[in-house]
Ligand binder design. Structure first.
Ligand SMILES: NC(=O)c1ccc[n+]([C@@H]2O[C@H](COP(=O)([O-])OP(=O)(O)OC[C@H]3O[C@@H](n4cnc5c(N)ncnc54)[C@H](O)[C@@H]3O)[C@@H](O)[C@H]2O)c1
Length: 364
């Protein structure tokens, strides 16, 4: 995975929770280059790791400790043998729709997993210099919109009644890009609520102990290495597998839902920059391509790649999904010296070529 441009030799120890997952594997090679020691703590969750084995994509130089971040004893084991200079906290339950019906599991891993980590660090007197958190655009919910007269509104959560009536958009308003400095968080999923809680808990704790924080609110990440089996995440890999089977991709709502799709390479370079940057800021930073595309456009590009039938609109919807989301990435560019490099067409080719090369991939 391409992350070395942002990496520079730093030395010391980096501890990565959830580091055997999609993003963790993508940053692992650059971290091995930048730090003396890279330690990953991950429970190899069966929804992501079907065979329960260390993933091949995790850089050979990274040590893997199998453990649950939500258990105090994991932290006693992990911290007995190391003092982290930087912690990158990725471990999480990530299913937006799933989180509605499994809210306790999401809260347990995402919230209690974070507090157990912080308690472990203070219990062992092993305060890192910096904690980097992979937060999510889910903290914004529907975000801020603007009326025709230029005033800003927060439209709140779409109800089942409006969605059943196929009233997808908020009337007489248009969405604004998400930027932590000027968009209030207002999650519309349990997952989003737990990611916002992670941010607040880490910031409060870190301020008290003089630890730096880098909070990165990621938009929709896709690319090589993403799960081909997790049914709850990864719309782009699902679309690829549908098109591979010559199916017409079904589009929810009217196909005009906007997302900011960011290739994993660009996310990896942002997180590595977050770990290494000489400058940080307390305010969360937004990480995306900085542009929106409709889901329909993404599906058409994928269908074209596989010469599959054109996508079709179904009018279905999914609870917890927001209508539009994209990021203003100027803070991350300014503070971390990071910039996204791939557009959607390039990224889809990279993803599809990777999927096509996977030995066991099944059309969906
Ligand atoms: N991928 C995206 O589109 C995206 C977008 C926004 C934010 N994020 C955030 O980025 C982080 C990483 O996401 P990802 O896409 O790599 O997800 P992933 O599911 O591929 O990786 C998460 C890893 O955490 C591990 N894990 C889960 N529960 C654990 C526990 N209790 N103890 C220890 N390890 C545990 C899993 O085994 C997995 O390896 C998450 O915090 C997620 O909220 C991801």
């Amino acid at each position: 995975m391409t992350t070395t441009s942002a990496a520079s030799r730093q030395g010391g120890t980096v501890l990565v929770t959830g580091g055997a997952g999609f993003i963790g594997c993508a940053i692992s090679a650059a971290l091995v280059e930048a730090f003396d020691r890279v330690v990953v703590v991950d429970n190899l969750h069966p929804q992501i790791h079907a065979n329960g084995q260390r993933p091949d994509e995790l850089a050979a130089g990274a040590e893997l400790i199998i453990g649950d971040v939500a258990q105090a004893k994991t932290w006693d084991t992990v911290l007995a043998g190391l003092t982290p200079d930087v912690v990158i906290h990725l471990a999480a339950e990530t299913g937006t729709a799933q989180s509605l019906n499994e809210s306790t599991r999401h809260a347990h891993v995402n919230v209690v997993g974070t507090t157990q980590m912080l308690d472990g660090l203070s219990r062992h007197g092993k305060l890192p210099r910096r904690i980097v958190l992979s937060s999510s655009r889910a903290v914004y919910g529907e975000g801020a919109w603007t009326r025709t007269d230029g005033t800003v509104l927060y439209p709140g959560q779409r109800t089942s009644a409006t969605l059943d009536a196929q009233q997808w958009d908020f009337t007489d308003a248009r969405p604004l890009p998400m930027k932590a400095a000027n968009t209030f968080p207002a999650p519309v999923s349990v997952y989003g609520g737990t990611k916002l809680a992670q941010e607040h808990i880490i910031q409060a704790w870190a301020k008290s102990f003089g630890v730096e924080t880098v909070i990165l609110r990621l938009q929709n990440v896709y690319g090589p290495g993403q799960s081909l089996i997790n049914p709850y995440t990864g719309i782009m890999s699902l679309f690829c597998r549908m098109a591979m089977g010559q199916k017409s991709i079904p589009l929810y709502e009217d196909g005009e839902v906007r997302r900011d799709f960011i290739l994993i390479d660009d996310v990896a370079s942002a997180i590595v920059a977050g770990a290494l940057s000489p400058t940080v800021q307390d305010q969360p930073m937004d990480i995306g391509s900085g542009e929106f595309q409709t889901i329909g456009t993404a599906a058409e590009l994928i269908a074209k790649h596989y010469q599959a039938p054109a996508p079709h609109v179904t009018g279905q919807y999914r609870q917890g999904d927001v209508r539009h989301a994209w990021a203003d990435v100027s803070d991350a560019q300014r503070v971390l010296g990071w910039t996204p490099r791939y557009n959607l067409a390039q990224g889809i080719d990279i993803l599809a070529n990777w999927i096509d090369a996977q030995p066991d991939v099944q059309p969906a």
